[in-house]
Ligand binder design. Sequence first.
Ligand code: HMG
Ligand code: MG
Length: 299
Amino acid sequence: GLPERVTIYEVGPRDGLQNEKTIVPVADKAAFIARLAAAGLRTVEATSFVHPKWVPQLADAEELLAVMERAEGVRYPVLVPNERGLDRALRAGVTHIAVFASATESFARRNLNRTVAESLAMFAPVVTRAKENGLWVRAYVSMCFGDPWEGEVPIEQVVSVAVRLMELGCDELSLGDTIGVGTPGHVTALIGALGEAGIGAQRLAVHFHDTYGQALANTLAALRCGVTTVDSSAGGIGGCPYAESATGNLATEDLVWMLHGLGIQTGVDLPALAATSRWMATRLGRPSPSRVVQALPVE
Ligand code: HMG
Ligand code: MG
Protein backbone atom coordinates (compact mmCIF):
# COMPACT_ATOMS: atom_id res chain seq x y z
CA GLY A 1 0.00 0.00 0.00
CA LEU A 2 0.84 3.67 -0.10
CA PRO A 3 1.30 6.08 2.84
CA GLU A 4 -1.41 8.62 3.80
CA ARG A 5 1.13 11.38 4.18
CA VAL A 6 4.61 12.05 2.78
CA THR A 7 7.28 14.31 4.28
CA ILE A 8 8.85 16.38 1.54
CA TYR A 9 12.48 17.28 2.30
CA GLU A 10 13.03 20.39 0.19
CA VAL A 11 16.61 20.76 -1.07
CA GLY A 12 16.25 23.66 -3.56
CA PRO A 13 18.13 26.31 -1.55
CA ARG A 14 21.05 23.89 -1.05
CA ASP A 15 21.23 21.25 -3.79
CA GLY A 16 19.51 23.61 -6.24
CA LEU A 17 21.48 26.78 -5.73
CA GLN A 18 24.86 25.04 -5.22
CA ASN A 19 24.90 24.11 -8.89
CA GLU A 20 23.58 27.28 -10.52
CA LYS A 21 26.09 29.51 -12.31
CA THR A 22 24.42 32.59 -10.87
CA ILE A 23 25.34 33.39 -7.29
CA VAL A 24 22.06 34.40 -5.71
CA PRO A 25 22.25 37.34 -3.25
CA VAL A 26 21.72 36.40 0.38
CA ALA A 27 18.48 38.40 0.64
CA ASP A 28 16.99 36.43 -2.27
CA LYS A 29 18.06 33.14 -0.66
CA ALA A 30 16.36 34.16 2.57
CA ALA A 31 13.22 35.17 0.65
CA PHE A 32 13.27 31.84 -1.26
CA ILE A 33 13.46 29.88 1.99
CA ALA A 34 10.69 31.96 3.60
CA ARG A 35 8.43 31.47 0.59
CA LEU A 36 9.04 27.70 0.57
CA ALA A 37 8.03 27.50 4.23
CA ALA A 38 5.00 29.72 3.55
CA ALA A 39 3.99 27.31 0.74
CA GLY A 40 3.75 24.56 3.37
CA LEU A 41 7.13 22.81 3.20
CA ARG A 42 8.13 21.68 6.70
CA THR A 43 11.77 20.77 5.95
CA VAL A 44 13.88 23.19 3.93
CA GLU A 45 17.59 22.38 3.58
CA ALA A 46 19.07 25.87 3.76
CA THR A 47 22.76 25.78 2.85
CA SER A 48 26.11 24.04 3.45
CA PHE A 49 28.96 24.69 5.85
CA VAL A 50 31.51 23.27 3.39
CA HIS A 51 34.73 24.87 2.20
CA PRO A 52 33.76 28.15 0.47
CA LYS A 53 36.21 27.49 -2.38
CA TRP A 54 34.60 24.12 -3.09
CA VAL A 55 31.07 25.57 -3.33
CA PRO A 56 31.28 29.36 -3.81
CA GLN A 57 27.51 29.54 -4.39
CA LEU A 58 26.97 28.77 -0.68
CA ALA A 59 29.93 30.69 0.76
CA ASP A 60 27.49 33.05 2.50
CA ALA A 61 26.13 30.37 4.89
CA GLU A 62 26.84 32.45 8.05
CA GLU A 63 25.22 35.56 6.59
CA LEU A 64 22.19 33.58 5.44
CA LEU A 65 21.64 31.95 8.84
CA ALA A 66 21.93 35.38 10.47
CA VAL A 67 19.16 36.96 8.36
CA MET A 68 16.89 33.96 7.72
CA GLU A 69 13.43 33.90 9.32
CA ARG A 70 12.56 30.62 11.08
CA ALA A 71 8.91 29.64 10.81
CA GLU A 72 7.26 27.67 13.64
CA GLY A 73 7.48 23.91 13.09
CA VAL A 74 9.89 24.11 10.15
CA ARG A 75 13.30 22.39 10.14
CA TYR A 76 16.21 24.00 8.28
CA PRO A 77 18.99 21.38 7.95
CA VAL A 78 22.44 22.28 6.62
CA LEU A 79 25.22 20.16 5.12
CA VAL A 80 28.27 19.64 7.34
CA PRO A 81 31.30 17.67 6.04
CA ASN A 82 33.68 17.86 8.99
CA GLU A 83 34.26 19.25 12.49
CA ARG A 84 35.20 22.66 11.10
CA GLY A 85 31.79 22.75 9.40
CA LEU A 86 30.06 21.59 12.59
CA ASP A 87 31.70 24.39 14.61
CA ARG A 88 30.44 26.91 12.07
CA ALA A 89 26.93 25.39 12.09
CA LEU A 90 26.72 25.34 15.90
CA ARG A 91 27.80 28.98 16.10
CA ALA A 92 25.02 29.80 13.60
CA GLY A 93 22.40 28.15 15.84
CA VAL A 94 21.65 25.20 13.57
CA THR A 95 19.57 22.28 14.99
CA HIS A 96 19.54 19.85 12.05
CA ILE A 97 22.58 18.75 10.03
CA ALA A 98 23.45 16.32 7.26
CA VAL A 99 26.73 14.56 6.59
CA PHE A 100 27.27 13.22 3.08
CA ALA A 101 29.09 10.05 2.12
CA SER A 102 29.58 8.26 -1.19
CA ALA A 103 29.04 4.63 -2.14
CA THR A 104 31.98 4.88 -4.55
CA GLU A 105 35.67 5.72 -4.09
CA SER A 106 35.72 7.91 -7.23
CA PHE A 107 33.08 10.31 -5.98
CA ALA A 108 34.36 10.32 -2.36
CA ARG A 109 37.70 11.49 -3.74
CA ARG A 110 36.19 14.17 -5.98
CA ASN A 111 33.57 15.47 -3.55
CA LEU A 112 35.37 15.17 -0.20
CA ASN A 113 39.06 14.73 -1.10
CA ARG A 114 38.96 11.49 0.91
CA THR A 115 38.59 7.72 0.47
CA VAL A 116 35.26 6.27 1.61
CA ALA A 117 36.90 5.03 4.83
CA GLU A 118 38.59 8.39 5.46
CA SER A 119 35.33 10.24 4.93
CA LEU A 120 33.51 7.97 7.41
CA ALA A 121 36.33 8.65 9.90
CA MET A 122 35.84 12.38 9.25
CA PHE A 123 32.08 12.09 9.96
CA ALA A 124 32.39 10.01 13.16
CA PRO A 125 33.31 12.89 15.50
CA VAL A 126 30.84 15.17 13.69
CA VAL A 127 27.94 12.82 14.43
CA THR A 128 29.08 12.18 18.03
CA ARG A 129 29.43 15.87 18.83
CA ALA A 130 26.21 16.76 16.99
CA LYS A 131 24.25 14.19 19.06
CA GLU A 132 25.89 15.48 22.28
CA ASN A 133 24.61 18.93 21.31
CA GLY A 134 21.08 17.60 20.73
CA LEU A 135 21.13 17.95 16.96
CA TRP A 136 19.24 15.78 14.48
CA VAL A 137 21.55 14.14 11.95
CA ARG A 138 20.82 12.93 8.44
CA ALA A 139 23.35 10.95 6.39
CA TYR A 140 23.34 11.03 2.62
CA VAL A 141 24.84 8.30 0.48
CA SER A 142 25.63 9.50 -3.03
CA MET A 143 26.00 7.31 -6.15
CA CYS A 144 23.62 4.63 -4.84
CA PHE A 145 22.72 3.38 -8.32
CA GLY A 146 25.37 4.45 -10.80
CA ASP A 147 28.56 6.47 -10.83
CA PRO A 148 29.93 8.48 -13.79
CA TRP A 149 33.42 6.96 -13.42
CA GLU A 150 32.60 3.45 -12.10
CA GLY A 151 29.33 2.60 -13.87
CA GLU A 152 26.62 0.59 -12.11
CA VAL A 153 27.17 0.45 -8.35
CA PRO A 154 26.71 -2.95 -6.65
CA ILE A 155 23.94 -3.00 -4.05
CA GLU A 156 26.21 -4.59 -1.41
CA GLN A 157 28.62 -1.66 -1.75
CA VAL A 158 25.80 0.80 -0.93
CA VAL A 159 24.56 -1.35 1.96
CA SER A 160 28.06 -1.50 3.45
CA VAL A 161 28.43 2.32 3.52
CA ALA A 162 24.85 2.76 4.75
CA VAL A 163 25.32 0.36 7.66
CA ARG A 164 28.55 2.08 8.74
CA LEU A 165 26.83 5.51 8.60
CA MET A 166 23.88 4.34 10.70
CA GLU A 167 26.32 2.77 13.21
CA LEU A 168 27.75 6.27 13.73
CA GLY A 169 24.32 7.22 15.15
CA CYS A 170 22.63 9.07 12.28
CA ASP A 171 18.85 9.49 12.52
CA GLU A 172 17.97 9.24 8.83
CA LEU A 173 19.60 7.91 5.67
CA SER A 174 18.96 9.52 2.30
CA LEU A 175 19.67 7.38 -0.77
CA GLY A 176 21.14 9.61 -3.47
CA ASP A 177 20.80 8.91 -7.16
CA THR A 178 23.26 11.70 -7.85
CA ILE A 179 23.29 11.27 -11.65
CA GLY A 180 19.71 10.08 -12.07
CA VAL A 181 20.38 6.70 -13.68
CA GLY A 182 18.34 4.50 -11.30
CA THR A 183 15.19 2.65 -12.32
CA PRO A 184 12.29 1.35 -10.16
CA GLY A 185 13.39 -2.29 -9.98
CA HIS A 186 16.82 -1.25 -8.75
CA VAL A 187 15.21 1.04 -6.14
CA THR A 188 13.06 -1.81 -4.84
CA ALA A 189 16.05 -4.17 -4.69
CA LEU A 190 18.22 -1.65 -2.81
CA ILE A 191 15.54 -0.82 -0.22
CA GLY A 192 14.92 -4.55 0.24
CA ALA A 193 18.64 -5.20 0.81
CA LEU A 194 18.87 -2.33 3.31
CA GLY A 195 15.89 -3.79 5.20
CA GLU A 196 17.65 -7.16 5.41
CA ALA A 197 20.71 -5.33 6.79
CA GLY A 198 18.55 -3.81 9.55
CA ILE A 199 17.84 -0.37 8.05
CA GLY A 200 14.05 -0.20 7.74
CA ALA A 201 12.14 2.01 5.31
CA GLN A 202 10.93 4.31 8.13
CA ARG A 203 14.53 5.54 8.56
CA LEU A 204 15.09 6.08 4.83
CA ALA A 205 14.61 8.98 2.48
CA VAL A 206 15.06 8.93 -1.29
CA HIS A 207 16.93 11.60 -3.26
CA PHE A 208 16.47 11.33 -7.01
CA HIS A 209 18.01 13.54 -9.63
CA ASP A 210 15.92 13.50 -12.80
CA THR A 211 18.63 13.20 -15.48
CA TYR A 212 17.00 10.21 -17.20
CA GLY A 213 13.39 11.14 -16.36
CA GLN A 214 13.04 8.28 -13.86
CA ALA A 215 12.69 10.25 -10.63
CA LEU A 216 8.89 10.05 -10.24
CA ALA A 217 8.72 6.37 -11.15
CA ASN A 218 11.55 5.68 -8.70
CA THR A 219 9.75 7.65 -5.99
CA LEU A 220 6.57 5.63 -6.46
CA ALA A 221 8.60 2.41 -6.18
CA ALA A 222 10.15 3.68 -2.92
CA LEU A 223 6.73 4.63 -1.49
CA ARG A 224 5.49 1.10 -2.23
CA CYS A 225 8.46 -0.17 -0.15
CA GLY A 226 7.33 1.91 2.84
CA VAL A 227 9.49 5.04 2.41
CA THR A 228 7.66 8.22 3.53
CA THR A 229 10.35 10.92 3.19
CA VAL A 230 11.15 12.20 -0.30
CA ASP A 231 13.76 14.81 -1.29
CA SER A 232 13.02 17.26 -4.10
CA SER A 233 13.94 20.76 -5.23
CA ALA A 234 11.47 23.54 -5.99
CA GLY A 235 11.29 24.06 -9.73
CA GLY A 236 13.71 21.15 -10.31
CA ILE A 237 16.81 23.34 -10.00
CA GLY A 238 20.11 21.80 -8.96
CA GLY A 239 22.72 19.12 -9.50
CA CYS A 240 26.18 18.50 -8.14
CA PRO A 241 29.26 20.55 -9.08
CA TYR A 242 31.49 17.50 -8.55
CA ALA A 243 29.47 15.16 -10.80
CA GLU A 244 29.06 16.81 -14.17
CA SER A 245 26.47 14.44 -15.54
CA ALA A 246 24.06 15.29 -12.70
CA THR A 247 21.06 17.50 -13.50
CA GLY A 248 18.47 18.96 -11.16
CA ASN A 249 16.61 17.04 -8.52
CA LEU A 250 13.10 15.74 -8.93
CA ALA A 251 11.01 18.95 -8.98
CA THR A 252 8.93 19.45 -5.84
CA GLU A 253 5.96 20.53 -7.98
CA ASP A 254 6.10 17.30 -10.04
CA LEU A 255 6.27 15.29 -6.81
CA VAL A 256 3.36 17.17 -5.21
CA TRP A 257 1.23 16.73 -8.35
CA MET A 258 1.72 12.96 -8.22
CA LEU A 259 1.21 12.67 -4.46
CA HIS A 260 -1.97 14.77 -4.39
CA GLY A 261 -3.27 12.79 -7.35
CA LEU A 262 -2.75 9.63 -5.30
CA GLY A 263 -4.64 11.19 -2.37
CA ILE A 264 -1.44 11.47 -0.31
CA GLN A 265 -1.17 14.56 1.91
CA THR A 266 1.86 16.84 1.79
CA GLY A 267 0.64 20.12 3.30
CA VAL A 268 1.99 21.95 0.25
CA ASP A 269 0.07 24.72 -1.56
CA LEU A 270 1.00 23.93 -5.17
CA PRO A 271 0.17 27.32 -6.80
CA ALA A 272 2.14 29.16 -4.09
CA LEU A 273 5.08 26.81 -4.61
CA ALA A 274 5.02 27.16 -8.43
CA ALA A 275 4.90 30.96 -8.09
CA THR A 276 8.00 30.76 -5.87
CA SER A 277 9.84 28.62 -8.44
CA ARG A 278 8.90 31.03 -11.27
CA TRP A 279 10.19 33.91 -9.18
CA MET A 280 13.49 32.08 -8.54
CA ALA A 281 13.73 31.17 -12.26
CA THR A 282 13.71 34.87 -13.15
CA ARG A 283 16.51 35.41 -10.60
CA LEU A 284 18.52 32.55 -12.17
CA GLY A 285 17.84 33.72 -15.72
CA ARG A 286 16.52 30.38 -16.99
CA PRO A 287 13.04 28.80 -17.01
CA SER A 288 12.20 26.11 -14.46
CA PRO A 289 12.79 22.63 -15.91
CA SER A 290 9.75 21.34 -13.96
CA ARG A 291 6.97 20.04 -16.23
CA VAL A 292 4.33 20.96 -13.66
CA VAL A 293 5.66 24.52 -13.24
CA GLN A 294 5.51 24.87 -17.06
CA ALA A 295 2.02 23.37 -17.30
CA LEU A 296 0.26 25.19 -14.45
CA PRO A 297 -1.45 28.46 -15.41
CA VAL A 298 0.28 31.55 -14.03
CA GLU A 299 -1.94 32.99 -11.28
P1 HMG B 1 40.16 19.49 1.96
O1 HMG B 1 40.79 20.37 0.96
O2 HMG B 1 40.60 18.07 2.07
O3 HMG B 1 40.16 20.20 3.37
O4 HMG B 1 38.59 19.51 1.64
P2 HMG B 1 41.16 20.03 4.60
O5 HMG B 1 40.48 19.25 5.64
O6 HMG B 1 42.50 19.56 4.08
O7 HMG B 1 41.31 21.57 5.06
C1 HMG B 1 41.92 22.53 4.19
C2 HMG B 1 41.55 23.94 4.63
O8 HMG B 1 40.14 24.13 4.48
C3 HMG B 1 41.85 24.22 6.10
O9 HMG B 1 42.23 25.60 6.17
C4 HMG B 1 40.53 24.04 6.78
O10 HMG B 1 40.38 24.79 7.97
C5 HMG B 1 39.57 24.55 5.72
P3 HMG B 1 43.75 26.04 6.48
O11 HMG B 1 44.05 25.38 7.80
O12 HMG B 1 44.52 25.43 5.35
O13 HMG B 1 43.66 27.51 6.46
N1 HMG B 1 38.26 23.90 5.87
C6 HMG B 1 37.07 24.55 5.97
N2 HMG B 1 36.74 25.86 5.93
C7 HMG B 1 35.44 26.17 6.10
N3 HMG B 1 34.46 25.24 6.27
C8 HMG B 1 34.77 23.94 6.32
C9 HMG B 1 36.12 23.56 6.14
N4 HMG B 1 36.73 22.36 6.12
C10 HMG B 1 38.02 22.59 5.97
N5 HMG B 1 33.79 23.03 6.50
C11 HMG B 1 36.31 19.29 2.41
C12 HMG B 1 37.70 18.68 2.37
C13 HMG B 1 35.36 18.27 2.96
C14 HMG B 1 36.34 20.52 3.26
C15 HMG B 1 35.94 19.68 0.94
O14 HMG B 1 36.13 18.58 0.14
C16 HMG B 1 34.53 20.18 0.80
O15 HMG B 1 34.16 21.24 1.31
N6 HMG B 1 33.67 19.43 0.06
C17 HMG B 1 32.27 19.77 -0.11
C18 HMG B 1 31.79 19.38 -1.48
C19 HMG B 1 30.31 19.67 -1.61
O16 HMG B 1 29.74 20.47 -0.88
N7 HMG B 1 29.64 18.98 -2.57
C20 HMG B 1 28.25 19.15 -2.81
C21 HMG B 1 27.38 18.54 -1.74
S1 HMG B 1 27.18 16.79 -1.90
C22 HMG B 1 25.85 16.59 -3.00
O17 HMG B 1 25.42 17.55 -3.60
C23 HMG B 1 25.18 15.23 -3.11
C24 HMG B 1 23.83 15.16 -2.39
O18 HMG B 1 22.91 16.11 -2.92
C25 HMG B 1 23.23 13.75 -2.51
C26 HMG B 1 23.22 13.22 -3.97
O19 HMG B 1 22.65 13.87 -4.85
O20 HMG B 1 23.81 12.16 -4.16
C27 HMG B 1 23.96 15.47 -0.89
MG1 MG C 1 21.78 15.84 -4.73
